[in-house]
Ligand binder design. Structure first.
Ligand SMILES: *Cc1c(COP(=O)(O)O)cnc(C)c1O
Length: 429
């Protein structure tokens, strides 16, 4: 499989090169040259098949010759080492929990898959690979964990001082080994600006391959399609047409679901559920793409005004708006609605959702109101403990600490403070 740049000004590349580069030289996102179609039988027989074998079949079409089958199988074995349970709340509403991985956020899947790929590629060269990533919270933890002890790869994470939660900071700073954390005096935007500057610095490229692990990388984007495959597998026989409500920020997760749909996954409709950052809901209404400055919200992993993966969604539908709007609905919800939804889910089903999942639930309710004959599935993208204060205050009760988090609390945070580009450069040498 070859990949082209959506800016059309760069050469086509293999999966390997797309994953190592992250973004094309013309600043475009990479996109697969063909969308493979899988037969109706493939999808119908899913419930009878082994999930990991199906995942291998699907992912192999995208990784092609870049990764031999045994290595791909081993990478998927690690990536899919935890469950994505589909839990029914009532007849027409189920929740697909994506947070059972090591950092309790759904980004574990993309980060672990990408780490596996880069680990394999680094075995083919003497050059050290440095993964540089800026995080506002969840990405850094998932990337750190995914890349821990991957040979030939060093990870440097930049995070804004006092702007990530205590748990998130511990996930970044307590691993050691090949993971280094830099605490930046500034905002998330400052972290991103520093990372950008490093990528344009020719001196840094001399001795090492510098790459990014943000969500536009094909190796992080593509494996997310497997959530939807796993959900379809778990549907009870005879379930009506499924509809997925996806809490969305940069739209990578939703785009992967739509990709599965274009590959023949039967019957599904999709809902983009956003917080007050409503660029896409407004676009679906008006066909006018008009991003406004990002607004801070309780579901802060989705505080994105200009979602980078939306161009991929347009490409998937060949920029044919009626075709897109047939598959995709989009709704936006306020923080007040989100808190109310967390309460409702607890009162009605004794289910504790995090603010992102709650936005997904709201999107689903909204769609089912007009389309009641569907099996509704909303994605829960983080464990509520990751947004502990919001959820505990909202429900007026204490959350239990899951095992993955308990182990972190008595470990020492290790980081370096930086505030300028010179300091970052020094740290990278
Ligand atoms: C990153 C994130 C999202 C948004 O996912 P996208 O693929 O960027 O749309 C939603 N929920 C949580 C908890 C996240 O960490």
């Amino acid at each position: 499989m070859m990949y082209y740049s959506l800016q059309q000004q760069a050469p086509e590349v293999s999966f390997k090169e797309a994953a190592l580069r992250g973004i094309a030289p013309d600043r475009g996102l990479y996109f697969p040259k063909q969308i493979p179609r899988f037969s109706a039988e493939f999808w119908q027989d899913l419930p009878k098949k082994d999930f990991k074998e199906s995942a291998l079949e699907l992912m192999h079409t995208f990784t092609g010759k870049s990764i031999p089958i045994p290595e791909l199988r081993a990478i998927l074995e690690k990536t899919l080492s935890f469950e994505f349970p589909l839990i029914p709340l009532e007849d027409s509403i189920s929740v697909l929990e994506l947070f059972h991985g090591p950092t309790m956020a759904f980004k574990d899947v993309g980060a672990t898959f990408m780490a596996g790929c880069l680990g394999y590629f680094s075995g083919q060269t003497d050059r050290k690979t440095v993964v540089l990533v800026a995080t506002s919270g969840d990405t850094g933890g998932a990337v750190a964990r995914g890349f821990l002890n991957v040979p030939g790869v060093e990870v440097v994470i930049l995070y804004p001082k006092d702007k990530v939660s205590d748990i998130q900071e511990r996930q970044l700073t307590t691993l050691g080994a090949n993971i280094r954390a830099l605490r930046v005096q500034g905002t998330f935007d400052d972290c991103q600006a520093l990372v950008k500057q490093a990528f344009q610095d020719p001196v840094l490229f001399e001795n090492q391959a510098l790459t990014s692990a943000n969500s536009i990388n094909v190796a992080r984007w593509l494996p997310q399609m497997l959530y939807y495959v796993r959900a379809i597998q778990q549907l009870p026989p005879g379930a009506s047409r499924p509809v997925f409500s996806v809490p969305s920020g940069n739209f990578g997760n939703l785009c992967a679901g739509l990709l599965a749909s274009r590959m023949g996954m039967p019957g599904a409709h999709f809902i983009a559920a956003t917080n007050s950052n409503d660029t896409i809901p407004r676009y679906m209404e008006s066909r006018n793409y008009d991003p406004r400055p990002a607004i801070a919200s309780l579901s802060n992993a989705m505080d994105v005004a200009d979602p980078s993966n939306f161009v991929r969604i347009l490409e998937l539908f060949e920029n044919d708006f009626p075709k897109l709007s047939d598959k995709l609905s989009a709704f936006s919800f306020s923080d007040a609605q989100t808190l109310k939804a967390i309460e409702t889910l607890f009162e009605s089903y004794s289910y504790i959702a995090d603010p992102h999942g709650a936005v997904g639930y709201l999107g689903l309710l909204r769609y089912l109101r007009e389309h009641p004959d569907h099996t509704g599935i909303f994605l829960e993208t983080a464990h509520p403990i990751k947004f502990r204060e919001t959820v505990e205050t909202c429900l007026n009760r204490e959350l239990e600490l899951p095992l993955q988090i308990r182990g972190l609390l008595d470990r020492e945070k290790v980081f370096s403070d930086i505030s300028t580009y010179e300091e970052l450069r020094e740290a990278l040498r």
